[in-house]
Each structure stands twice: as structure tokens, then as C-alpha cells.
Design a protein around this ligand. Structure first.
Ligand SMILES: N[C@@H](CCC(=O)N[C@@H](CS)C(=O)NCC(=O)O)C(=O)O
Length: 246
């Protein structure tokens, strides 16, 4: 389709117009999973670009000084960042804003903030909250993500004491609950809000469903996901979300 592309000089270099959209991401990044779920649900044609976890800033330099994933580059070469604004953008641009228009806007906004504040904070404790979990997680990440030969080994063995010792341990102690109990409480709070409906959005999922689903799904490549599988209502909703993907 080269004939249909147009080169344009943008602020950060040449932009190709009419290109297939791309999502720069890390396979294990919870924020990327939020966006991926919506992309799959809408059956969009998007190329996923896995970045090197040790060089995120460099690999997404084209997005300015943001320095993080996910980064979505649309068919016009426009760059969009930050997972929640990105969910809203994708819904507005490719779904006529149908999800944003579902139900009460203030409720939706409040729960998007809830997911970003509460669920996002719960991913680190469950993945790194004990030394055994942290080691398992970093070894698994080193296998799943794109790293250089040495960086892969360095990350697997040096990453876990850092994640566990400096970040997760403090967070678990401060919260006071086991990582499993924390997740179960969040899933209870979230699914109770659905009332009699199958999704937060009602009969169909909305942006809040995809935000929460992304956080939960980011744990699915790890063995700790088993700790969530005995939350009956949470898992029933999770399976319905999987069923909503194209
Ligand atoms: N608020 C952002 C957070 C994105 C984020 O922190 N991504 C991580 C990967 S999970 C990242 O790229 N970190 C690189 C860095 O902070 O240097 C979002 O929701 O998209």
C-alpha cells in the first residue's frame, strides 16, 4: 500500500500518512494491557511493537519526553500517550465515542480514577510481594520481554531484590493485607458496583471495564494469577471480558 502513503515532515521527523497504527508496548505492562483489550474488542488493525524494557525512553523518543509505554501512533502518524486518555481517544476515534456515552459520565470518570489509583497499585504487591514471587516474576519477565543477551540475565537476577526489597515489601506492609486479600477486596468492590449487570458498563463493557480488565490481565502471564482465580464474581466477569474480545 505504499502508493497510498504520504510523507510529511512532523516535529519529530518524517510522518507516514495512511499507515497501519502501532502500539509501542511492553508485554507485561499493565497500562499496555488496558489499551490492548480495547483494541482487541474493537477488532482494530494495529501492529504491536515490543520495546526493550531497558531502553524504553530511547525507543519511544519519537513521542517527545513522555518516555513511557504505551504509545499509540495512529494512521496519520499522530502520537497518543497515557493509557486512560488513550482509551478515551480510541473510543472517540474508532467507536463513535459509544463507550464514553454509556451511562453516567461522572460515575465512569470516578471509577476510571479508582482503577488507576487502586488496581494499578495492587499489581506490584501480587507480582513482587514476597521474595519467591518476585524472583518468579522477574525470571518470567526476562523470558517474555525483549532484552539484550546480558540485560536479560541481569534483569532476571538483579531485578527481583530491587522490586521486592525496595518497592513491593514497603507497599504490602503499608497496606497491611496480603496481596491476595487486597485483590479480592478490589474485585468484590468492583463487581458489587455492577449490580445485576454482567459488566460495569451494563449489558456491554465500557472504558472502566477495559481499564480494570487490563490491570487484572497483566497478571495472567504469571503463576500468581491463580490467587485471583478463586474470586468467583471477579473471575466470572474476567471470563465475560475475554469473551468480548474479537
Ligand atoms: N500513566 C501511564 C503510566 C505508564 C507507565 O508507567 N509505563 C511503564 C511501563 S509499565 C513505563 O513505560 N515506564 C518507563 C519509565 O517510567 O521510565 C499510563 O497509564 O500509560
Amino acid at each position: 500500500m505504499l502508493g497510498q502513503t504520504r510523507l510529511e515532515e512532523g516535529a519529530t521527523g518524517p510522518r507516514i500518512m495512511g499507515q497501519t497504527p502501532t502500539l509501542h508496548m511492553l508485554y507485561t505492562c499493565p497500562f499496555c494491557w488496558k489499551v490492548r483489550g480495547l483494541i482487541e474488542h474493537l477488532d482494530m488493525n494495529v501492529d504491536y511493537v515490543s520495546v526493550n524494557g531497558m531502553k524504553i525512553g530511547k525507543e519511544v523518543r519519537f513521542a517527545g519526553d513522555w518516555g513511557k509505554v504505551p504509545v499509540y501512533t495512529d494512521e496519520n502518524g499522530e502520537v497518543h500517550v497515557d493509557s486512560t486518555p488513550l482509551l478515551k481517544h480510541i473510543d472517540a476515534a474508532y467507536n463513535d465515542g459509544k463507550m464514553a456515552a454509556m451511562g453516567d459520565a461522572a460515575r465512569q470518570e470516578a471509577w476510571l480514577e479508582w482503577a488507576d489509583a487502586k488496581m494499578s497499585k495492587a499489581t506490584v504487591p501480587i507480582l513482587y510481594g514476597s521474595i519467591g514471587a518476585a524472583l518468579k516474576t522477574t525470571v518470567r519477565i526476562s523470558k517474555l520481554e525483549k532484552f539484550g543477551f546480558f540485560a536479560k540475565r541481569l534483569y532476571a537476577w538483579a531485578g527481583f531484590p530491587i522490586m521486592w526489597g525496595f518497592i513491593a515489601r514497603k507497599r504490602v506492609k503499608r497496606d497491611g493485607r496480603t496481596p491476595k486479600k487486597l485483590w479480592h477486596d478490589l474485585l468484590t468492590e468492583f463487581t458489587l458496583e455492577h449490580g445485576e449487570h454482567p459488566f460495569f458498563g451494563g449489558e456491554a463493557p465500557d472504558l472502566v471495564d477495559f481499564a480494570a480488565f487490563g490491570y487484572m490481565r497483566s497478571i495472567s502471564p504469571f503463576s500468581q494469577f491463580a490467587l485471583l482465580e478463586d474470586h468467583t464474581a471477579g473471575m466470572a466477569w474476567y471470563r465475560r471480558m475475554e469473551g468480548s474480545l474479537a
